[in-house]
Design a binder for this molecule. Structure first.
Ligand code: SF4
Length: 370
């Protein structure tokens, strides 16, 4: 996978979904299933077919996510990386890895095929909380993961963490952050737990911590990470120095991307395509479940929704030019109302959320729907 060349891309990002996991976490709402070697072989065969339909051979970013891509065995992982090797990733090539299914061979393989960034599913460093979540790794697996990445020379490492579990105190969250900072990771994503009805937690009617406690935790997280050099650039994302996720920035900047695999979505100009979440359909090459043509109004709303997730907010001039509109005029009621509430601000040509607003973005967006 080359990272050279600067041709203007029609589609900027390529996302590849691997739906297998070694175990299913209580809160998980993604398209995933338990790993089975024979099913994974079949899946890769159909994934290859879907990939063969892509005409463009170079993207700014390529991202392999899931599920757990490293639940594939070494042979399957190499097959996946080999089939993706015809695409160039000019800026960033990321794979999601989980400590319980990562080893030295897999680290060397991803390095060999040009992966230059990993996103590690840690969620917490606290083993009893990990068990509570239904995750299978322990601190030894985490230590080994970092050792294998060191040996392979992969230095751009992001980790995922979660907060909002009933058994979690603010001190627990800060301990997780301290460990993350000590590991010198380049990027931290920290998510506020959400309980979806169709998940294990949803079915058990698990209750997360209340909103007020979560908001206090969130403020402490932002403060702690800023203090340690991790600048918040999106609702749940913090980067050390220049290490923002280039792939996720494409989503938030509302650029075009192609998604491949079970449940993956694409947005290309005004067309959104959602792949099927049904395994049987996917294995019969019926990849696409839904195609929607977005109206100009829908494009504008989605762009506002995605752009406002970033701390930098919306570049008003650029936005007006792109969508041939006057944003401040078009949405003056929503903007004025939320500025008055201290949730939005207009500063140096950008419309953005305040520190308070970023945590209640969904409430703000309701006003933009009217
Ligand atoms: S490892 Fe990730 S994708 Fe798999 S079940 Fe857990 S949260 Fe879901």
């Amino acid at each position: 996978m080359s990272t050279k060349g600067t041709v203007q891309k029609m589609i900027k990002g390529l996302y590849v979904h691997i739906p297998f996991c070694n175990s299913i976490c209580g809160y998980c709402d993604f398209a995933r299933c338990r790993y089975s070697s024979s099913l994974a072989d079949k899946y890769l065969m159909h994934l290859e077919k879907e990939l063969s339909e892509i005409k463009q051979d170079s993207f700014y970013t390529v991202y392999i996510g899931g599920g757990t891509p490293t639940s594939l065995n070494e042979k399957q992982l190499e097959r996946l990386l080999e089939m993706l090797s015809r695409f160039k990733a000019e800026k960033e090539y990321t794979i999601e890895i989980n400590p319980e299914s990562f080893n030295r061979e897999k680290a060397l393989l991803i390095k060999k095929y040009g992966v230059n960034r990993v996103s590690i599913g840690i969620q917490s460093f606290n083993e009893s909380l990990l068990a509570h979540m239904g995750r299978k790794h322990n601190s030894k697996d985490v230590d080994n993961t970092f050792r294998y990445l060191d040996e392979a020379g992969i230095k751009n490492r992001s980790i995922d963490l979660i907060f909002g579990f009933q058994t979690q105190s603010l001190a627990n969250v800060i301990t997780d952050l301290q460990k993350a900072v000590r590991l010198n990771v380049t990027h931290i994503s920290i998510y506020d737990l959400e309980i979806y009805p169709n998940t294990i937690f949803g079915i058990k009617r698990y209750e997360k911590l209340d909103d007020e406690t979560c908001f206090i935790m969130y403020q402490s997280i932002v403060e702690y990470l800023n203090l340690h050099g991790y600048r918040q650039y999106e609702t749940s994302n913090f980067a050390f120095g220049r290490y923002q996720s280039q792939h996720n920035r494409l989503y938030w900047k509302y650029e075009d991307y192609k998604g491949v695999g079970l449940s993956a979505s694409s947005k290309i100009r005004n067309i959104r395509t959602d792949n099927t979440k049904n395994f049987v359909d996917y294995l019969n090459d019926r990849y696409v479940a839904k195609t929607i043509r977005l109206s100009d109004e829908e494009l504008i709303f989605e762009a506002i929704m995605m752009n406002l997730r970033m701390n930098e907010g919306i570049d008003i001039k650029e936005f007006d030019k792109r969508f041939n509109c006057n944003l401040l005029e078009k949405h003056h009621l929503a903007i004025e109302k939320n500025i008055a509430k201290g949730l939005l601000e207009v500063k140096s040509g950008f419309l953005k959320t305040t520190n308070k607003g970023i945590f209640v973005l969904n409430d703000i967006l309701v006003d933009f729907m009217n």
